[in-house]
Design a protein around this ligand. Structure first.
Ligand code: SF4
Length: 1014
């Protein structure tokens, strides 16, 4: 079936239809094959040397190095008691320390769990005003990054092991010999630490000719690097407009944690009016797919659209370039402008980070014209997470010119990897070789570390002292939780080595910075800051939009869009591995990306129409060209992608990332130039071959309706073409429909009312706790933070690309994405799906050895020791949430990874079934505490790992027997429903149906939302 036919069929459908992939719509043989075999081929990889090598390559960082012959027994290990136990240590009782993950878009305040002085779980600091306990996939992934066995472990000079002192003395002497710093260049990642900025200023004062260049590939060229800091508050915004601003997907957008929370607070219908989100975007994101109204435009069209919008809402002095907008685009613009004006003072326009700078100015002008000062404001001191404002691209280019001119004696690279990330047009590798000496501080011997003269291992942020500002300006002290595993150093050591007290430790340097700021007794204030995780009084003060943005508006020149038939290539940091810094983190590599569900690769992402026009099929290899650069990439389709536009994610195609990341994907930096860092006109053409991408969207559907007669409803599977109707996997209504019928989510679903008497099994009387979960479909933005948190908490193994390709990824929790509507303009629903802990669990009834059983508190549990691997349980599970350990995925040998494990959760071996336990270890810990105090477990005392990470508070867990508990109230909510309730499984996880708030002027003819009567 062609895509054209798919679109015609979609158009012909009356009412709604959900789909999870283009393959599913097209009903390709590949899709059929994927869904008809729940357990695809089992053993052939052991005789195929290529895939066997691929599997073994991965072992070192997240998988097994030993036991490949089939050993399923953990190796014997001696256990020694402490001769003298550390004073603070109570075995089995973890400690928690406040720290922060320093990140270029703003530090993420954390509370890190430490077991026997090993950090084993990262979560947001629940008491911090900025993120209130939430986190994100990047922050979660940094834990595996700490224990990555491929981190560099030695100071080296031309490949030989040396000592730090030798380097530090030589470095200091060299700088002293220059008298003024001439010829000394520092190339650093963006400096986010106020102490590091202070140290640099001191270095500059002492050595005025020394130069600092900051370069972060994902930030260079954005407003962030220049210290511009306009902040947004969505708490009171009734209408939100995202101008290519992906603020709901992840921490790549500044303020993600706060913005998601505020957005989701207004989606819960809990005493606050529903907001309305519009997204105009150049590449499909979860922000766009959550929006009530989404307009896909090519990136170069968005500044012109923003200018039209600004003019329409009354901003003076803006001259939009002439452009032939379609009727549909004009209609969208008119309705949006009208809605914004109707919500003047209660709306907000948010500009994209990777857009033309004119967008930021236009957005601020619109917010000002609309009186949105409550929702969009500058911060008092014009400083943001980048502690030293700079123009990174210009500075980098100037440094390359100096390198080529032979002016650079020492190039000291601090936590940057420019050989990999530098713009292609600057030929940085050639310039690099002209420096007389290069020293590289890095966590890995990466592409830059390979050819630098000196390499110094960098300490991880969980190993070292520093400081950083969160989005709201609050300063957190970055305190270490473990001694450097490999004696790593930080940028603080480098700058301090040039100052009067070269031996001053980062700890003392950080204290010096904050002595003048902490009020009252310093030691008391310092201890308080460490304990709570922030320094009082350091949050930014808000001020109205500032003159420097407004003043430039009359001179603003909005560039004209590229010709309509030109192919535009868009560059974005990867949602999982960002700019490539987390390429070797297996959790993030394997995590299916939002929207595409692509794992272990990046791709050339296009629209269905562009794919057809170019005569391509998904997974074909294409050649992308921009300027003089060329790169080969697999092509895939993303629903809603603008035509004649290709999205590529940075961060792949690494040569020296480590055993996990090296060789994954293609290197998009090869076609990214300094003159167009975020989008450029280019070309795409088909070349020979197929890539072999691993995409998980057709996994976990068994498609039995097709297998057993094409009945659609009435069979046992969880699949998109059954998402509507009486099975109602996805249920939602418009606000008006909800007001007319608050019970829309349960009315008509007669099978859901199955009463307990219909089961052949006797009912269990839950006297104390009956655990349950509720998931709010309106709040979930599909950000994936919950999945990575689940990885860390539950010692979940990474299986590698080849295993993912055959459907064996081990994630206990997944986000099912159901698309709806036209292929070119879909809406999507994100549904977190894990074990539903069915009261009437189909898995329990078929296990021949009683390995999956029910607990007296209603948990569906696996007894690993009993499991013999028949997999009947998974076969009988309609939700497809059980994961079978086909191979020995867990690594029992690598020393550093032993430190990573959560000791409260077993590390599973080959041949057992595993799945979500509702974090039973956390339940047990809470029960032990409650028992000691002779009381019941309090509501909110058990927080599951997924719940803890979620920035949208979409997940609620607790005791459903306690009618006052939050989860019990949510289950009693009129919008609460069960997935596949007709199976009489009686799941303990329920969902709260979504309510959307569309603008009637943009709504298509009303569709029938009411479910079929069952
Ligand atoms: S439930 Fe998971 S995917 Fe959804 S918003 Fe929360 S953390 Fe993100």
């Amino acid at each position: 079936m062609t895509l054209e036919k798919v679109r015609r069929e979609l158009k012909a459908i009356k009412g709604k239809r959900y789909w999870r992939s283009v393959d599913e719509l097209a009903d390709t043989p590949e899709f059929q094959a994927a869904v008809e075999r729940e357990f695809p081929g089992s053993a052939q990889e052991w005789v195929d040397p290529v895939s066997r090598r691929g599997f073994m390559k991965l072992m070192g960082a997240s998988l097994a190095l030993a036991g490949l012959a089939g050993c399923t027994k953990q190796p014997d290990e001696p256990v020694y008691p402490y001769v003298k136990a550390p004073e603070d240590l109570i075995l089995g009782k973890p400690m928690y320390f406040a720290t922060a993950h320093p990140f270029v878009t703003g530090a993420v305040p954390l509370l890190v769990k430490s077991d026997q002085f090993r950090p084993i779980k990262i979560d947001g600091n629940p008491e911090h005003a900025y993120n209130q306990g939430s986190s994100d996939p990047f922050s979660q992934g940094t834990l595996l990054d700490l224990y990555d066995p491929d981190r560099s472990q030695h100071v080296t000079y031309r490949g030989e092991n040396r000592e730090w002192a030798e380097f530090a003395i030589g470095f200091r002497n060299k700088v002293i010999s220059t008298k003024d710093g001439t010829g000394i260049y520092f190339l650093s990642e963006t400096i986010t630490s106020p102490t590091l900025a202070r140290q640099w200023r001191a270095v500059q004062a002492a050595w005025p000719k020394a130069k600092l260049v900051q370069y972060d590939a994902a930030v260079a060229g954005t407003a962030l690097e220049k210290g511009l800091n306009v902040q947004y508050s969505l708490a009171d915004a009734d209408v939100i407009v995202a101008l290519d601003a992906d603020f709901l997907s992840g921490a790549a957008y500044p303020g993600f944690h706060k913005l998601v929370r505020e957005y989701a607070d207004r989606r819960k219908l809990a005493g606050k009016d529903l907001n309305r989100l519009y997204a105009i975007e150049s590449t499909p994101t979860t922000t766009g797919l959550k929006a009530e109204h989404r307009l896909g435009l090519r990136a170069s069209e968005i500044p012109a659209f923003a200018a039209e919008l600004a003019k329409a809402v009354g901003v003076g002095g803006v001259e939009p370039p002439a452009y032939a907008w379609t009727d549909e685009q004009k209609k969208f613009l008119a309705a949006l402008a009208k809605d914004l004006k109707a919500h003047a003072g209660k709306s907000v326009v948010i500009p994209g980070l990777y857009q033309d700078p004119t967008i930021a100015a236009l957005a601020m002008a619109m917010n000002s014209a609309l009186g949105n000062q409550q929702a969009a404001f500058s911060i008092g001191n014009q400083e943001n997470s980048a502690s030293i404002a700079s123009d990174q691209l210009s500075d980098f280019k100037a440094m390359v010119a100096d390198l080529n001119a032979g002016k650079v004696d020492w190039l000291v690279i601090l936590n940057a990897n420019p050989i990999y990330t530098a713009p292609a047009d600057l030929n940085f590798a050639d310039a690099f070789n002209k420096a007389k000496l290069v020293a590289h501080l890095g966590s890995h011997v990466d592409e830059t570390g390979q050819i630098a003269h000196w390499h110094i291992p960098a300490a991880h942020y969980l190993e070292s002292w520093s400081d950083a500002r969160a989005y709201d300006g609050t300063v957190s002290i970055v305190q270490p939780l473990i001694d450097p595993l490999y004696g790593g150093k930080t940028a603080h050591h480098f700058f301090q080595a040039l100052l009067d007290e070269p031996g001053l430790s980062p700890y003392d340097a950080v204290r010096e910075t904050w002595k003048p700021v902490i009020k009252g007794d310093f030691e008391t204030g310092w201890r308080k800051a460490l304990h709570q995780g922030w320094i009082e009084g350091t949050a930014y003060a808000a001020i109205p939009p500032t003159a420097f943005i407004m003043g430039g508006l009359s001179k603003l020149k909005v560039s004209a869009p590229a010709p309509k038939d030109a192919i535009e290539i868009i560059f974005r940091p990867d949602p999982n591995v960002y700019d490539g810094r987390w390429s070797n983190v297996g959790w993030l590599q394997e995590l299916p990306k939002p929207v595409t569900n692509l794992s272990w690769d990046n791709a050339a992402i296009v629209s269905g129409a562009t794919l057809t026009r170019l005569g391509l099929e998904e997974d074909d290899i294409v050649e992308l060209c921009v300027g003089n650069g060329k790169v080969k990439a697999p092509v895939i389709v993303a629903p809603g992608h603008p035509d004649n536009s290709v999205t590529v994610h940075l961060g792949y195609g690494r040569q020296f990332a480590g055993r996990v990341g090296s060789g994954a994907g293609f290197n998009a930096y090869q076609i990214r130039n300094s003159w167009a860092p975020f989008y450029a006109t280019g070309s795409i053409r088909k070349v020979e071959g197929k890539w072999g991408t691993a995409i998980t969207k057709s996994h976990f559907q068994d498609h039995r309706s097709k297998m057993f007669g094409g009945q659609g409803n009435g069979n046992n599977s969880l699949e998109a073409d059954e998402a509507l109707g009486e099975r109602g996997i996805i249920r939602y209504a418009t606000l008006d429909e909800f007001k007319a019928n608050p019970n829309f989510a349960s009315e008509g679903f007669s099978r859901e009312k199955t009463d307990l008497g219909t089961s052949m099994f006797p009912n269990w009387d839950y006297k104390d706790n009956a655990w349950g979960m509720s998931i709010d479909m309106n709040s979930c933005t599909g950000c994936n933070a919950c999945i990575v948190s689940c990885y860390a908490e539950n010692n979940i193994a990474v299986v590698g690309k080849q295993q993912v390709r055959i459907g064996r990824n081990m994630q206990w929790l997944r986000i099912d994405t159901y698309f709806e509507g036209d292929l070119a303009a879909p809406r999507a629903h994100f549904q977190p799906m894990a074990c539903q802990h069915c009261e009437n669990a189909p898995c329990e009834q078929v296990c021949p050895v009683g390995a999956t059983v029910h607990t007296p508190e209603g948990l569906n549990m696996m007894v690993y020791n009993r499991c013999v691997g028949t997999r009947y349980c998974s076969n009988n599970c309609p939700y497809k949430v059980r994961r079978f350990n086909f191979l020995l995925y867990s690594d029992y040998e690598t020393e550093s990874l032993k430190l990573l494990r959560n000791p409260d959760v077993s590390v599973r071996s080959r041949g057992v079934m595993e799945k979500c336990t509702y974090c039973v270890q956390r339940i047990s810990a809470a029960k032990i505490e409650a028992d000691k105090e002779n009381r019941a477990v309090r509501d909110g005392e058990v927080v599951t790992a997924c719940q803890q990470a979620c920035p949208a508070s979409a997940i609620t867990f607790g005791n459903i027997n306690d009618k006052g508990s939050r989860v019990a109230k949510l289950r009693a909510n009129e919008r609460s429903y069960q997935v596949l309730a007709d199976q009489n499984t009686r799941p303990r996880t329920t969902y709260v149906a979504a309510v959307v708030n569309p603008n009637q002027e943009l709504e298509e003819a009303p569709v029938e939302h009411a479910p079929a009567k069952g």
